[in-house]
Design a protein around this ligand. Structure first.
Ligand code: SF4
Length: 213
């Protein structure tokens, strides 16, 4: 990588870490997925139950099988059939887990965490309930400010997610959000964590690699 591109990327992440800490969040930088995975396993050591949000980023770290091997009770609704009573109960259990692992659609250099959800189990669980929340993001999810965060969701994160779910929504044809009224719309809740919620211990784990979408 060009040295100036690399230096610019590092400055962006340093600024983001500093802003998040000013807003009361924990903030940790890791240069690799492996280092971040080791940190997550250390945090999880004292937890009996772990909720796993619908996230490719966390799964890319390989921590889910490791947590299973460590004997943790996992609430992972991706292993269940959508909409069944069992799956809905799993989403609810995420809100009471000792630890909740999630990613975010965007983290801003001004220190906010931004998400748009279809169900709201992710936005609920990362706000209140679990004893500890780790928000794991690759450098590709760091953006300048709240406008850029919404832009990232509407131009990148949501259309790709709709495509991955095989939804018949206009964004899967245009590549950007059309603010649709489709019954298959996945964008139903927008959450901005401006500051650390009062009773929730949240740490943002920023990895200097591109992860998820
Ligand atoms: S609101 Fe509709 S068009 Fe926009 S990103 Fe979500 S699903 Fe796609």
């Amino acid at each position: 990588m060009d040295e100036f591109v690399e230096a610019h990327g590092k400055i962006r992440l340093d600024t983001t870490l500093e802003s998040l800490e000013k807003h009361g969040f924990g903030a940790q930088y890791f240069s690799t997925k492996q280092a971040a995975a080791d940190f997550i396993m250390t945090v999880a050591a004292d937890c009996r139950s772990v909720g796993i949000a619908g996230t490719h980023t966390v799964r890319a770290l390989g921590v889910v099988p490791k947590l299973e091997q460590a004997g943790k009770t996992l609430y992972d609704h991706w292993k269940m059939t959508v909409g069944t009573p069992e799956e809905l109960e799993c989403r609810k259990n995420q809100m009471r887990a000792d630890l909740f692992l999630t990613s975010a659609n965007a983290v801003t250099m001004t220190g906010e965490i931004v998400n748009r959800d279809g169900c709201g189990n992710r936005t609920n669980s990362m706000t209140f309930g679990p004893n500890k929340v780790l928000v794991v993001v690759g450098r590709n999810k760091v953006v300048g400010d709240l406008d850029a965060a919404i832009g990232r969701i509407e131009e990148t994160a949501a259309p790709i997610r709709a495509m991955s779910l095989n939804r018949k929504t206009p964004c899967t044809k245009t590549g950007y959000c059309m603010d649709c009224d489709s019954p298959e719309r996945i964008c139903r809740v927008t959450s901005i964590l401006h500051r650390k919620p009062m009773f929730t211990d949240i740490t943002v784990v920023i990895i200097d690699e591109d992860l998820g979408y």
